[in-house]
Design a protein around this ligand. Structure first.
Ligand code: NAD
Length: 368
């Protein structure tokens, strides 16, 4: 069987890490027919818009996409392509697992968290304007609907039930944001009793940040609104070893787009230096979604072992904090080639040290 998958290479380090991911995908021998479409800076240069209809059409047609990061101009310029893609395709659930995978570099080796972030509304709804002509005051509106809140909460509880996770924590700021936060809190309190088998609780966002950097092992599935989820997923990536190793997935109804947590890291663009692991783990998650479980297991295990061996790792995993004995940094393409070399020959039966909660789970669509 061959799968047709949309590939959006993206900006900055995007083309390098998606190329690395393709090399590893090819090594699994799962037949993937990539349909490459450009969004972001290349699309502006070629067709004058950062998110051409061809990109949306391709994802709608193929139902599955692998995406690199896309640059968003800061403080002005065009609207985020990432936000627009999520809204236009109704990719409402952003699932970002943070598993301690980076060996000695993981300050919290017990970290095994999943951030489930509502990805279509909240403060990223795009409703903002200047109040006066002089641009001395501005307003942004957070749109929080009961429909979108209920579906992200249900997604989180279903994920927890399916993957035998120990707890769901809702994160909000309902003490200050009494309407938007209050709606989220009320919806959570009404949904939690429908899942009596899954312990659940709530945290205010500020307290959650403090709790996570003190004792992340006490948390499991975290469900929250768009902005809080964006920030918390970077924080959790840091706990688990850094942005270079943090994959993610976006789910809509019958659609899935796999993209790393990290951005386009423009300062490393074109240097063959960026860590390809996050994008490679996006391939792992994509293979699982497609039902190619053994191939996914191979990719995950080889990534794990390659990081643990610390012979062929990129600069971020070769930093002194990550290894007791310094190792030379390898390039993005060299690390991908090493992972690809091992994928067909790895011994899946050998014992693998796993974080608490276990393995490459955390995804309600794994066998969908
Ligand atoms: P970033 O994630 O691109 O980079 C932050 C830092 O993390 C980098 O300086 C680098 O040190 C490190 N880093 C990130 N990815 C790495 C990798 N694969 N290997 C090694 N180190 C890595 O965040 P930023 O600098 O805030 O954003 C840059 C651009 O990316 C912005 O335009 C932003 O809007 C965009 N962005 C896009 C997405 C997306 O496409 N989903 C997500 C986040 C940011």
């Amino acid at each position: 069987m061959s799968y047709r998958v949309t590939l959006i290479p993206g900006d900055g380090i995007g083309p390098e890490v998606t190329k690395a991911a393709q090399v590893v995908a090819a090594a699994t021998r799962v037949s993937i027919d990539w349909e490459v479409v450009e969004a972001g800076e290349k699309a502006i240069a070629s067709v004058g818009t950062p998110l051409p209809d061809a990109v949306l059409d391709s994802v709608r047609k193929n139902r599955v996409a692998l995406k690199g990061p896309i640059t968003t101009p800061i403080g002005g310029g065009f609207r985020s392509v990432n936000v627009a893609l999520r809204q236009q395709l109704d990719l409402y659930a952003s699932v970002r697992p943070a598993r301690a995978i980076a060996g000695e570099g993981t300050r919290f080796p017990e970290t095994d968290l999943i951030v489930v972030r509502e990805a279509t509304e909240g403060l990223y709804s795009g409703v903002e304007h200047w109040i006066d002509r002089e641009h001395t005051a501005a307003e942004s509106t957070a749109v929080v609907t009961r429909k979108a809140t209920d579906r992200i909460l249900r997604f989180a509880f279903e994920l927890a039930r399916r993957d035998h996770r120990k707890r769901v924590t809702a994160v909000h700021k309902a003490n200050i944001l009494k309407t938007t936060g209050g709606l989220f809190q009320t919806a959570f309190r009404e949904m939690a009793p429908q899942y009596p088998d899954i312990p659940s609780d709530e945290r205010l966002i500020d307290n959650m940040c403090m709790q996570l950097v003190k004792k992340p092992e006490e948390y499991d599935v975290i469900v929250t609104t768009n902005l809080f989820g964006d920030i918390l997923s970077d924080l959790c990536a840091g706990l688990a070893g850094g942005l270079g190793v943090a994959p993610g997935a976006l789910y809509g109804d019958g659609l899935a787009v796999f993209e790393p947590v990290h951005g386009s890291a423009p300062k490393y663009a074109g240097q063959d230096k960026a860590d390809p692991v996050a994008e490679i783990l996006c391939v792992e998650r994509m293979l699982r979604y497609l039902g190619e479980t053994e191939a996914a297991d191979r990719v995950f295990r080889v990534v794990w072992e390659t990081i643990a061996e610390k012979k062929v790792v990129t600069y971020d995993l070769a930093l002194p904090g990550y290894t007791q004995t310094p190792v030379p940094a390898s390039s993005c393409s060299a690390m991908a080639a090493e992972i690809a070399r091992k994928v067909p020959i790895v011994d899946l039966a050998a014992p693998l040290p796993r974080p608490r909660g276990g393995g490459p789970g955390g995804d309600p669509h794994l066998e969908a």
